[in-house]
Design a protein around this ligand. Sequence first.
Ligand SMILES: *Cc1c(COP(=O)(O)O)cnc(C)c1O
Length: 521
Amino acid sequence: MTLPGSAISGQAAPPAPVPPLLLEPDLLAADPAGLADVARLVAELTREAAAGLRRRSGPLPAMSPQELTRLVDSRLPDGVIPRTGGGRDALLALARHYAEGTVDLADPRAAAHLQPPPLTVAVAADTLANVFNASCDTWDSGPYAVEIERRLVRGLTELAGFGPEAGGVLTPGGTASNLQALLIARDAVLRDRRGADVRGGGLLGLGARPVVFCSELAHFSVARACAVIGLGEDAVRPVPADADHRMRPDALEAVLRALGPDEVPLAVVATAGTTDFGSIDPIAELAALAHEHGARLHVDAAYGGGALFSDRLRPLLAGIELADTVTLDLHKTAWQPAAASALLARNAADFAPTALRVAYLNPDDDGAAGLDGLLGLSLQTTRRADALKVAATFLALGREGVGAMLEACHDLARYAQRAIDAHPRLELTAGATLTTVVFRYRTRDKAASDAVNGALRRALLGSGRALIGRTDAADEDGRQAVHLKFTLLNPQARTSDIDELLAAVVRAGEDVEMEEEFRDA
Ligand SMILES: *Cc1c(COP(=O)(O)O)cnc(C)c1O
């Protein structure tokens, strides 16, 4: 064959390098030989990962961020996109090093974030989602995936107390669920109260200022969503919380009554499980106020939504059935690997803002023939079958099995609360509503409290032996002060692990106080 270039120049083309034969047909996962290869590779990778795990001494690598960077540089001198692959050896080394150097959430001393150690059943089922790579957007891109997600959503809406007209969709996280909920509220309320078609016409020329209410302790994703949907972060009106960190309905009522004539309340966002305190806003009262003023009630139950699975904790969510929309993170309190979040709506018709017909995906006549997927419910197009791992988990363990895990973590948090309360060197700031406790180390010099509490947490992180959280919480005098936080999501942790963590906190606090800069403070 003559290449066009060589014909022009009249010279012979240099021989093309022969690529190494790597692409065996069985390297495609979803054929029978490929599945066997996946099983073999997963077995090898997990064996290496187990070897990596054995070399750890805690939930974090025992080194500074700078030391980790140098270590990874030395292991990957050519980066992660080499010209030629290193084959099996490179793969196994990566698995070993990754298991050795990333976070180990199954370590009972990992107690910082709403990031659970995922269940084996969920991880294994997720492998199938990866193998088949189905997508939920159209029926023909993932028929069984679409069926499973529809049923998962139905099961979740029933647990929330919604009726048969409810709907929902899976999203990549609570941030995305909250965004879509506020998009829904924006379009629905401005249509109903102003006759505006915001989806088509945007917000310019509206002649009104949409506003959104949430507790001062609401997740930052509420404000970010308002910025994204064109309302601006200033559209968010934070409402004071009470001493138990719950939004005060009297304060909400006062600001709703004080709205100017050009201000349109779009939504009240109730938080069911604040990220720091696990506190749950009084949902029913907030729903009544929101609806009285023509606003939507969105419940951000990203964290607390797991209480739907526990008979013992379900009463905490009383009133959730009055919500218009609910965010629920299964990658928090259902022990799923990320991503798995759900946005539920009391009325499936609310998903109109994302409804879509596209010639190449879901034309009308295909839709009429039953070929629709879930494209019209989602802000995404390609969307992985995250429902599979969640459904597999519930099918294997039952709702009660998942609920029992939350109860075990709740028990641990209550134990931690009592232990902190009884400890002379610790001060409890917020006890357990769900699975968090907020506290701080009592410094000898009160003025050094923020610096010492911050430094002691970094010391624990640096040792690799304990991973605890931190946040700001109001002092007695109302000033925001640095606090420590346990977020307990390991249902296999024991009370002795809590004792060890607390002892480590106190030891680290004493060590920090001995350091030069604090000694004669
Ligand atoms: C975690 C959390 C979010 C954000 O969820 P992601 O899944 O991290 O995007 C939103 N709201 C609350 C209350 C949360 O705890």
